[in-house]
Design a binder for this molecule. Structure first.
Ligand code: NAD
Length: 419
């Protein structure tokens, strides 16, 4: 079977949206043009486990242009855009295994299709594919020359494997590139999380008390955008420096136990587990809305909430479940606690994914050229690749920057001139 998508008839609609996104991805476009001529991935089997969105479609088209035989599966059961999956299968002949709303069994069946593809290069968003390759399918791992990881949670998991000497392939931590997290995690997640919340609820953000758990790249972006919409933003943190930064950025900082009683809307962006749990739900106001934009659906303890609730109404509105606590208090969970920007909206805008996926494409070329020298470790992307991406993006935005004069270059690498 070459694909497993929900409705192949959606292909024409998906193609239109993929082409619309492509217009906003000039850096990836430049790489695609070069890849079409030089074919750096010629004959290579690539399995990519990523959110199946318009932007991802343009990444896999770029890899295909570079000569790769690509298979794409979903990295989250709720993040697939079914029209895009259909277009990839029908219009671009990409082996695509992704259905929005797929159950756990189908999700893993699709991951297994990615493993049966016998990849030499893999791409992950959350490390599920690589984790399966290191456990149930360990015999197949020796074929993999290298792997790219797209998100913070995936890098955390892979670094843990490296520490335990369990890692069997070299990893490029695409997430940790500045051309990725400074823009994608911050501005991408910031905007698209707001978008997901609004599409799911249609609430007015102005005047609301919005509680942001985690002040990393994603939390910073979301807090900044929520403030821009007129919300009173409260930040919760566990890291003293990040908490200090949030306080000096002008946000109220407090523990989740205190914030629970104040918030109208809660959003977790920590990559951690059970950040909002039983004792917090008990303190919340009637009508509190709770969602997550961190990678896995473990940040909100929905199991505890279910046990606490006397009744649960699924889908009181698309992407909204209502939990009624004894005494009648209602709590609303969005998108079943999965990343709300991908569950209820379309993920990050193309312009920001342009840089993330340019980083992915160039990282795969780098692995092909250098895998013999790489050890089974987590590597950062070379600075020269990041600089090229940033310069190309600026050029596409028609932004010119200054260049160091010879005198400045010399001064900045010397010590003699002082007070
Ligand atoms: N929604 C998306 O599209 C999207 C995009 C990129 C990353 N992510 C995911 O979002 C999550 C956060 O990513 P990031 O890049 O901001 O990571 P980060 O490491 O920069 O920030 C996470 C922050 O959460 C804090 N934190 C940890 N446990 C906490 C707790 N119990 N309470 C409060 N704060 C806590 C940490 O101290 C840290 O400051 C990850 O799971 C990542 O994979 C999602």
């Amino acid at each position: 079977m070459k694909y497993d998508v929900k409705n192949i008839k959606l292909a024409a609609e998906g193609k239109k949206r993929i082409e619309w996104a492509e217009k906003d991805m000039p850096v990836l476009g430049e790489i695609k043009r070069r890849f079409s001529q030089t074919k750096p991935l010629k004959g290579l089997k690539v399995s990519a486990c990523l959110h199946v969105t318009c932007e991802t479609a343009n990444l896999v088209r770029t890899l295909k242009a570079g000569g790769a035989d690509v298979l794409l599966c979903a990295s989250n059961p709720l993040s697939t855009q079914d029209d895009v999956a259909a277009a990839l299968a029908k219009e671009y002949s990409i082996k695509t295994f992704a259905r929005c709303g797929e159950d756990r069994k189908t999700y893993y069946r699709h991951l297994e299709a990615a493993i049966k593809h016998q990849p030499e290069i893999t791409m992950d968003d959350g490390a599920d594919l690589l984790s399966l390759l290191h456990t149930k399918y360990q015999k197949q791992v020796s074929r993999v020359k290298g792997s790219m990881e797209e998100t913070t949670t995936g890098v955390i998991r892979l670094k843990a494997m490296e520490r335990e000497n369990r890692l069997l392939v070299p990893i490029i931590a695409v997430n940790d590139a500045k051309t990725k997290n400074l823009f994608d995690n911050r501005y991408g997640t910031g905007q698209s999380t707001i978008d997901g919340i609004i599409r799911a609820t249609d609430i007015l953000l102005a005047g609301k008390n919005v509680v942001v758990a985690g002040y990393g790249w994603c939390g910073r972006g979301f807090a900044m955008r929520a403030r821009g919409m007129g919300s009173n933003v409260i930040v919760t943190e566990v890291d003293a420096i990040k908490a200090m930064e949030a306080a000096m950025d002008g946000f109220r900082v407090m523990s989740m136990s205190r914030a629970a009683a104040i918030g109208d809307l809660f959003c977790t962006l920590t990559g951690d587990i059970r950040v909002i749990r039983k004792e917090h739900f008990k303190n919340m106001k009637d009508g509190a809305i709770v969602c997550n934009s961190g990678h896995f659906d473990v940040e909100i303890d929905i199991v505890a909430l279910s046990k606490l609730a006397k009744s649960v109404k699924k889908n009181v509105r698309n992407f909204v479940d209502e939990y009624v606590l004894p005494g009648g208090k209602r709590i609303y969970i969005l998108g079943e606690g999965r990343l709300i920007n991908l569950a209820a909206a379309e993920g990050h805008p193309a312009s920001v994914m342009d840089m993330s996926f340019a980083t992915q494409a160039l990282a795969s070329e780098y692995v092909v050229k250098n895998y013999k020298k790489l050890e089974n470790k987590v590597y950062y992307i070379p600075e020269s690749i990041e600089q090229w991406i940033a310069k190309t993006k600026l050029k596409s935005m028609k932004v010119n920057i200054d260049v160091l004069t010879p005198e400045q270059k010399k001064y900045l690498s010397s010590w003699e001139i002082g007070t």
